[in-house]
Design a binder for this molecule. Structure first.
Ligand code: AMP
Ligand code: TRP
Length: 339
């Protein structure tokens, strides 16, 4: 067996299911832009085939995919530097997913907490696609031999499964073909919580719009949501420890740190001792300063959806050029005639 050294390559995906929010920005988009700036080859995907594991109105899916593309670009992803595309345009993802459906074991999939959460009480009525979701996700990553995957905390288990699939394939076929992909879960905001309840993560599907800051919110709305965010009556502490028992306070401090590119310690050194009546306006100013230009740029980009569609088609061509030979080699390893 020869040791293969894989060159660094970043891959990540976001579902085009609308309501792109501050958690997606800090946990994902902002960090994607950072990895692009570090000069690592980066591939970013709007995972529309993952989105349809639960029902999507076709018009809504179309709109959300283009809006997400606008969100990527407005957050600093340059489609000439990085590869930006939607998953369904590159058939190699689903082809590789079938291979991984045959590698992954039922028992592994049954352990996935996201499936249990999304399927809810009536798991018998969930789509087969929702159950197989993590195998498609492993395919997204491994069909590019990606080495690093920046994501929020909630995706950790899926990335462990991706490693398990790669390991089993390599082991079964006695090859060193798929890399051991590393999750990159870093920074103060890998788990941004709801503004209404510090024990729930900020989510696209929360029925309360006040629970999240959407990337499409205007400056007034952003400021109002921060002013109304749930907190406790104590002033901010000067060090991290006491925040452990104050989830809402900790969340606002984490958001401040991530938006300002500071550590939590630095934020507390500056704001420790202040009441929320002072800290919230400072946070609101910072959030408006960082987020309002993104929302303005998204609306501008959405005025020309034909241009967005061209960008995604060109990105898909570049993605396919990397994925096709890796899929072909996978088929050869497995003994598929004609590959
Ligand atoms: P999704 O919207 O579920 O497709 O998630 C897209 C990306 O955003 C993934 O990398 C998630 O881990 C990340 N993400 C989603 N919600 C949050 C959150 N509340 N805090 C931090 N990251 C998040
Ligand atoms: N499952 C991810 C989420 O819900 C989205 C996703 C799909 C993804 N494929 C991926 C993330 C590949 C990283 C890499 O957020």
């Amino acid at each position: 067996m020869t040791e293969v050294v894989h060159t660094p390559r970043v891959f990540s995906g976001i579902q085009p299911t609308g309501n792109l929010h501050l958690g997606n920005y800090l946990g994902a988009l902002k960090r994607f832009a950072d990895s692009q700036e570090e000069g690592i080859e980066s591939i970013f995907c709007m995972v529309d085939l993952h989105a349809v594991t639960v029902w999507q109105e076709p018009d809504d899916l179309r709109h959300a995919t283009r809006e997400l593309a606008a969100g990527f670009i407005a957050s600093g992803i340059d489609p000439t530097k990085s590869i930006l595309f939607n998953q369904s345009q590159v058939a190699e993802h689903t082809q590789m997913a079938w291979v991984f459906n045959c590698v992954a074991r039922m028992g592994w999939m049954k352990r996935m907490t996201q499936f249990k959460d999304k399927a809810g009480k009536n798991a018998e009525n969930a789509s087969l696609g929702l159950f197989g979701y993590p195998a498609l996700m492993a395919a997204d990553i491994l069909v590019y031999h990606a080495t690093h995957v920046p994501v929020g905390e909630d995706q950790k288990q899926h990335l462990e499964l991706t490693q398990e699939i790669a390991r089993k394939f390599n082991h079964d076929f006695e090859v060193d073909f798929f890399p051991e992909t590393q999750p990159v879960i870093e920074g103060a905001a890998t788990r941004v919580m709801s503004l209404r309840d510090g024990s729930k993560k900020m989510s696209k599907s929360d029925p309360s719009d006040m629970s999240r800051i959407n990337l499409t919110d205007d400056a007034d709305t952003i400021a109002r949501k921060i002013r109304k965010a749930k907190t406790d009556p104590e002033p901010l502490p000067s060090e991290k420890g006491p925040l452990d028992d104050r989830p809402e306070a900790r969340n606002l401090v984490n958001i401040y740190a991530a938006l300002a590119d500071l550590s939590v310690d630095q934020v507390l050194a500056e704001h420790g001792g202040k009441p929320f009546s002072e800290f919230k306006p400072a946070l609101a100013d910072l959030a408006v300063d960082r987020l309002a230009p993104i929302s303005t740029e998204m609306s501008r980009l959405m005025e020309d959806v034909a241009e967005i569609d061209r960008i995604l088609a060109a990105g898909a061509d570049r993605a396919r050029a990397i994925a096709a030979p890796i899929l072909k080699k996978t088929y050869q390893i497995m003994g598929m005639v004609g590959a």
